[in-house]
Design a binder for this molecule. Structure first.
Ligand code: AP5
Length: 215
């Protein structure tokens, strides 16, 4: 099963994709994670993407579509597209990438959220520097202060684009370039909506229901 998780910054795409990966053996394909990895390694893609990401703008369609194309074949049990596609061009590129492999999208799951509440979600977010487990200053602290629940590391990090000014630019980019791709998928009958303001567990249950009833 191949699905897209769609929603503005902080909607919970990464949180839910990680759960689906653990519980269902699907593979999370996050263009944001791929780009951050490229930036950290200083690859040619990372050098091009670094300033664009720091400003909260979108990296070029060609770069992100190529990143997805390189990894799609690894998702034999199904892909969770997290943060991709983000423009009409990327949506078209994904259609071709899937068709070339005799695959097709099963669902586009839109996480419906209140953007103002998301600013708090994002600016409070931090992750384990070792295993990437996600935490939040108010909603999800490690059980033992300063120690990752998953791997026991004591090092945590915050994303450089998780400040309020950049978050507002990222949301404006979402409204201008990403939300307009929804009608493309609506025409295909693929869009399912989930209340992204519910708890992480409730959102996960709603997504599971969608996936289970379509099998
Ligand atoms: P990307 O990494 O994709 O960031 P994003 O879309 O802005 O989304 P986030 O990762 O911020 O949020 P999320 O929805 O995954 O939420 P999360 O689960 O973490 O992209 C970053 C940048 O890379 C872009 O700005 C762009 O420059 C570039 N880029 C990436 N893809 C691109 C593409 N295709 N084209 C062009 N450029 C691209 O949750 C957020 C927080 O809320 C966490 O702390 C979490 O614990 C908490 N939380 C989650 N769910 C809930 C809940 N239900 N209740 C309470 N708290 C919750």
């Amino acid at each position: 099963m191949d699905i897209i998780l769609l929603g503005p910054p902080g909607a919970g795409k990464g949180t839910q994709a990680a759960r689906l990966q653990t519980n269902r053996g699907m593979i999370q394909l996050s263009t944001g994670d791929m780009l951050r990895d490229a930036v950290a390694k200083g690859t040619p893609v990372g050098i091009k993407a670094k300033a664009v990401m720091a400003a909260g703008e979108l990296v070029s369609d060609a770069i992100v579509s190529a990143l997805i194309g390189e990894r799609l074949d690894s998702a034999t049990e199904g892909a969770i597209f997290d943060g991709f596609p983000r423009t009409a061009h990327q949506a078209e590129a994904l259609e071709l990438l899937l068709a070339d492999r005799d695959r097709k999208l099963d669902h586009v799951i839109e996480l419906v959220v209140d953007e103002e509440a998301l600013v708090d979600r994002i600016t409070g977010r931090f992750t384990c520097a070792c295993c990437g487990a996600s935490y939040h200053d108010h909603f999800h602290l490690p059980k033992i202060e300063g120690t990752c629940d998953v791997c026991g590391s004591h090092e945590f990090k915050r994303r450089p684009d998780d400040n309020e000014a950049t978050v507002r630019t990222r949301m404006a980019e979402y409204r201008a370039k990403t939300a307009p791709i929804l009608p493309f998928y609506e025409e295909k009958g693929l869009v399912r909506r989930v209340d992204g303001m519910a708890s992480v567990d409730e959102v996960a249950t709603a997504i599971d229901t969608i996936l289970d009833t379509s099998q």
